[in-house]
Structures are given as structure tokens and as C-alpha cells.
Design a binder for this molecule. Structure first.
Ligand code: SF4
Length: 96
């Protein structure tokens, strides 16, 4: 009967080949038009999404949002980083 499955060496070699590919995942999301990675720990904890479910409660209307020149991506003071003007999270607060 033949050997079934991968050897430990094969698993390690293939795992090492995947490391560079995984390092590019955030840039792939950005390249697809996203402003920020919703899966980073802080954004995920506040349920950040690149497209808010209610057009009246999006980042562009939030007091923590600073618009940027490119109009679609701005800066969120809560995340101290990028947010989509059409995005939303649990910390949304109307601009005062
Ligand atoms: S705090 Fe405001 S600007 Fe920041 S992600 Fe949440 S809704 Fe958008």
C-alpha cells in the first residue's frame, strides 16, 4: 500500500511558499477599491464596513471623519487611519 498525504517536508515547503502571498492580502483589498481593511482588530471590533447600510450614517457624515482630496477615502480619528467616505462603524456620531 502506498503512502498517503504529504510529507512533513512538503508541508513546510508549501507553507513557506504561502508566506509572501499572505503578506500581500491587505494590498489586494486596497487594490480592489477598499480604503481600509475591515478585518484588522480595531475595525473588526467596531464592525467597520466599507459600505454603510444607511446612506445617512456614513463616514462622510461622521464627526470623526476627515475628508481627503480623493473624496472616496478619508481619515478616521478613532482608527487613526483610513476610512471610506461611504463606510460605517459602531462609533458613528453625527458631525456637530
Ligand atoms: S468613527 Fe466615524 S469616520 Fe470612523 S469609521 Fe466609524 S463611522 Fe467612519
Amino acid at each position: 500500500m502506498g503512502k498517503v498525504g504529504f510529507s512533513r517536508r512538503t508541508v513546510i515547503e508549501r507553507g513557506l511558499l504561502m508566506v509572501p502571498a499572505l503578506a500581500f492580502l491587505p494590498s489586494i483589498a486596497k487594490a480592489a477599491g477598499a480604503c481600509a481593511d475591515p478585518t484588522d482588530s480595531l475595525r473588526a471590533s467596531l464592525h467597520y464596513t466599507e459600505m454603510g447600510p444607511d446612506a445617512k450614517m456614513v463616514c462622510a457624515g461622521c464627526g470623526f471623519f476627515e475628508a481627503d482630496d480623493d473624496k472616496s477615502c478619508g481619515n478616521c480619528k478613532i482608527f487613526n487611519g483610513p476610512a471610506n467616505a461611504k463606510g460605517h462603524c459602531d462609533s458613528w456620531a453625527a458631525k456637530g
